[in-house]
Design a protein around this ligand. Structure first.
Ligand code: PGA
Length: 255
């Protein structure tokens, strides 16, 4: 199903990069390029920056800012080291990534924690960028779709029906992240269509969420991905650390 009126989204995921001064330069360059080309505004953009930069960049009000993680606890309290969704919201953050494979694999974000993070994000009024994706072993075993749809089901299980407008889903096959290997546009489209179909069976509102592709998206492959019916944007890691590359990906999705 395609909804032609839906705006595409391109979100840069800076991960733990870069140091403060080059981060300032990168942010300025992206903001300047985006705001000086009206044609790019057909595409919504955001940058997911390291947590220590969030309030600083949000205060400039130049670009939408995404957090890369959120606490499982909400509000305030005796939780050393935590940052709650409410604090993110007060700092001017608009979106939160939840379920990125690096968090699932390296930081033990299991389904229970992810579901708590989803609930906290949505209850604080923030938008959720929920990431799903299979490993290479799972793909080779023919389990890719089953794994991804189970991850989508983990989201559905905690969704309030009226909160779907706050949700974006990013399909990021783990074997394509940071490896230079991209899923072929056909493979990506096929998985996106399966996710869309699964959401459609749940509700009309669920089926309308933007579906972003992530995994080695570059200026060279962005146009082909953007042409796929069920790909409504990109979650960009490595290529978002270069303003020119990032903006040319935005351009591809603004057409
Ligand atoms: P990549 O990362 O573009 O460097 O593959 C994507 C991501 O992890 O979000």
């Amino acid at each position: 199903m395609t909804n032609n009126k839906r705006k595409n989204w391109v979100i840069g995921n800076w991960k733990l990069n870069p140091y403060f001064q080059p981060a300032e330069q990168l942010f300025e360059a992206v903001a300047q390029a985006y705001h000086s080309q009206a044609a790019l505004h057909q595409c919504e953009i955001a940058v997911a920056v390291p947590s220590i930069y969030l309030a600083h960049f949000a205060k400039t009000k130049q670009l939408s800012i995404a957090a890369q993680d959120v606490s499982v606890v909400s509000g305030l309290g005796a939780y050393t080291g935590e940052v709650s969704a409410e604090l993110l919201s007060q700092a001017g953050v608009e979106l939160v990534l939840v379920g990125h494979s690096e968090r699932r694999e390296l930081f033990a974000d299991d389904v229970e924690k992810l579901q708590q993070k989803i609930k906290n994000t949505l209850q604080a009024g923030l938008s959720l960028v929920y990431c799903v994706g299979e490993s290479l072993a799972q793909r080779e075993a023919g389990q890719a779709e089953q794994i991804v749809l189970q991850q989508v089901q983990d989201l559905i299980a905690v969704m309030a029906e009226d909160a779907w407008s706050q949700v974006l889903i990013a399909y990021e096959p783990i074997w394509a992240i940071g490896t230079g290997k991209t899923a072929s546009p056909q493979d990506a489209q096929q998985m996106h269509a399966s996710i869309r179909h699964y959401l459609q069976q749940h509700s009309f509102e669920a089926a309308a969420v933007p579906l972003l592709y992530g995994g080695s998206v570059k200026p060279e492959n962005a146009l082909e991905l953007a042409a796929c019916a069920d790909i409504n944007g990109a979650l960009v890691g490595g290529a978002s650390l270069d303003a020119t590359s990032f903006i040319s990906i935005v351009q591809a999705f603004a057409q």
